[in-house]
Design a protein around this ligand. Sequence first.
Ligand code: SF4
Length: 341
Amino acid sequence: MISREIKIGGLAVGGSNPVRVQAMLKSSAGDASALIKEGRNLVKAGAEIIRCAVPEKGQAKKLYSILKELPVPLIADCHFTKTAAVEALDSGFDKIRVNPGNMSAQAIMDSVKKASEKKAALRLGFNTGSCRVSTPQELANIALTWDEKIKKTGFKNFVVSMKSSSVKFTVEANRFFSVYSNTPLHIGVTASGSGIEGIMKSAAGIGCLLLDGVGDTVRVSVTGDSLQEVKAARILRAIASGEPEGLEIISCPTCSRSRIDVEKISVKFRKSLSSEDFKKKLRVAIMGCEVNGPGEAKECDTGICGTRKGALLISRGKITCAVEEKEIIKKLVEEIRKRKT
Ligand code: SF4
């Protein structure tokens, strides 16, 4: 079902809008300079919405005054009582996130009323850690009951999320909900772990849902650097949309046939362009040998394919020239810069 459009601050979410990347700050709520530095870096990396935990009552106003310079909508993450949620909305936050699993029904309804008065947005965040359920359908049914209850008040500017640390559970709950409601969904796999395991779980869960057309905002949540979460979310969104953003590097996994050091070239090539902005979509292929190399490279804006004597540079589908291995990065950088503008 196509979701309805809502507004978070000035940002349209749901409907036919692109999936929005959300990030959550990890710096301590008491460390103003760390919070704003992290927020600026996340926005620079592509975060379109920033969420911030409000752990104690009385903190919302200060947090908002620190973060309000960020050029994106701000969400206050509030739990247990309505106090922080109401304070956050009074302070100027564009949206609150509340959890029916750890707040009384009355506190949720009071938060909804306040969000409506303030013309703000709200997320009902259901989580298997706080909603005692044993099946995805059970979680989705609780969410659907709340969804109906809130819609009946006339307030529509809200989203729902259903998260679990289980990928399968998360995917099934969100799929189920999306069949019965047009409320936009914020998606993600919660507490997915660290390193490659966390990224893989998030990729599997978020990837499945986005490819199904389910999900309007997305957050990758792993134990570790919030910047990596934003980068991973952007990559996932690009993969699922079939339209990669900016510079996409296609490189082969290498095998015993490989004629050039594909890994080293790929890493150095990306690094040499890391400070440059690529608004235009560009694809570069770095392929180890003649087996699949010319074919893949011809599909790209430019590419390199290892040969017995070094490599062939292929641009816009045509072999341009032979290149020595030590000149590959320089040549690729030159070619891609020509196509940037
Ligand atoms: S392109 Fe060549 S080197 Fe790379 S994986 Fe394929 S066969 Fe191996």
